[in-house]
Design a binder for this molecule. Sequence first.
Ligand SMILES: [Zn+2]
Length: 708
Amino acid sequence: MVFRACLLSTAIAATLLATSLPSAAQSVETRAEQAANPLTTAWNTPDGVPPYDRIRPEHYEPAFDLAIAEAREESARIANDPAAPTFENTIEAMERAGRQLARVSSTFFTVASADATPANQAVQKNVAPKLARLSNEMMLDQALFQRVDTLYNTRAELGLTPEQMRLLEQTHKRFVRAGAALSPEARTRVAAINEELANLGVAFGQKLLADQKANDVFLSEAEVEGLPADQRSAAAAAATAAGQPGAFLFPATRSSAEPFLTAAPNRAAREKIWRAFTYRGDNDNANNTSEEIKRLVQLRIERAELMGAASHADFVLEDSMAKTTDAAMELLMAVYQPALVRAREELRDIEALAAKDGITDVQPWDWRYYAEQVRRERFALDEAEVKQYMPLDGIVDAMFETTQKLFGLTAHEHTDIPVYADGVRVFEIREADGRKVGLFYADWFARPTKRPGAWMNSIRVPNALLGDTPIVVNNQNITPPASGERALISLDEAQTLFHEFGHGLHGLLSTARYPSLSGTAVSRDFVEFPSQVYEHWITEPAILRAHARNAAGEPMPEPMLEALLKAQTFNQGFLTVQQLSSAILDMRLHQMTELPQDFDARTWEAAQLRELGVPEEIGMRHRLPHFSHIFDGGYSASYYAYTWAEAMDADGFDAFKEAGNVFDPELAARLRREVYEVGNTRDPAESYRAFRGRMPTADALLRNRGLK
Ligand SMILES: [Zn+2]
């Protein structure tokens, strides 16, 4: 239930808040072009939604250029204001600035991920460096920082509300963490390090993609024997498209490798796929990522030192709910140890079944296949049969009904709102008394131009300062049904649907006054709590009984429902060890204060895994040579956040179970008020405590995973 991709990059959110310094950049657009560009004129649309029906890709770049120039001017006005700094003329003024840039950015970045056409990709490539430069200029602008710093140092005497105090502290922290408070030499060095880190991240990502492509596996008819028809036909089509008709092509990606390793009876073929997938970035060729890893870690150590932190991990966790590396590691180890015990038990079951096939040395490429055999034997679940009872429309009804029962909210579909692609649906979310909360865009189906995974993003964040109402988007990659047929989904996809809507509610229900404290703008180890906790309701028997129905309207048979829920804890030893070993190595790597001259990622990784006792049959979910989260994905020293949030969602949902009613009105009201509404207006630990009355332990998580 973890691992879903989640929110659209927080880098984008940071960009939206970026206001900046003296203006050098000039608009290149003429008046006539501006008039024709819907992005640079007022929007006469219902609710002020982006006029996607009139926006063309060529409108984005000139609109960005104008908005960036405008943001620069606004920022310069604040920085150079002759009046002494006040909360209003500095902190609040920064919240008001960059409005047009926020509008253009959120309109564009929504389609950049959901509809990454070559034209949109080209726009993204061109505007990314401009946005990064703007952000850097602002964060290192000394005139601006002096004003913020002056206010920060006199904050006790300013008569601020608690939310204003939080905004001032957070704004100050953002400048300090970017290096604004350092000496001029150190600032220059930090800027150079940041630039090199960004370039290394790009290089890492590109090598990885190249190596993954180079590791495409073409299999023969004999090698795919026994594979389910949908995997075979997809692989045959891919091979034909790649100029090898008659063969079967399996790319070295998770979405291709995992189902293959689970279903393929041919052991030698499994080994081929496993090797291609597992050694991405770790082959003896030009795409080996070890040099990038070494340099990235080195630079992060140097930057942490300049910032006065004990290590990069300490620097990262300063700005988190966990606060210290000790707190994060303590939770990871508390989950890892029992998971290891369970994994060894699972291995015995697997060895017993593999022995029947004459296999006496179970290898990593055997685990998923034999685990699936064990699962079938134990639960008698047929995924295809389960899906017949899981129509997308029914599960969407379940999702909205849950929201109504918990928070009194209702959803009403609009068909008159312009959307960016066919199949995107728009719902107005209303309070019980009919008042409008905001708009929810649902983009659930796969399309060739959509990036993989599932995520939520905001087109507009709610805030009282500017009077904005929210617009949130959910994306997923559900296979579209054949025409005239119902879309059917797996339980996993249903959980993802609920997960992303949980982020959506977090974005919709915020009552923050200031945009940069609104909704999902919280620390990484807290942001998955509102989404993960919402997942729990889809596996409530009452919800499934009401909404999981086949085409004839018959509910899911009770034995199937029971088996489905029981199977949730199956193979959790394996899954947890995989996830936790990645999280632990991420943390240990970034706790280093010095990198040995001869550091080699492969050797270091192997030594760490030996020390942790990770069974070779299991290994890591993400090996270092291709650990995108931490080397080019902004999750360095933060992969623990998934586990951290899971401890909260498991413990948080337990509150409802303890109340004897999963829709307990008093608890639901508290969850909304203390978690979904508060955004980043206070420390997340306070929010959790206000909801639960105490901090979580690992107990509920361990129980949910069946590890206790
Ligand atoms: Zn998420």
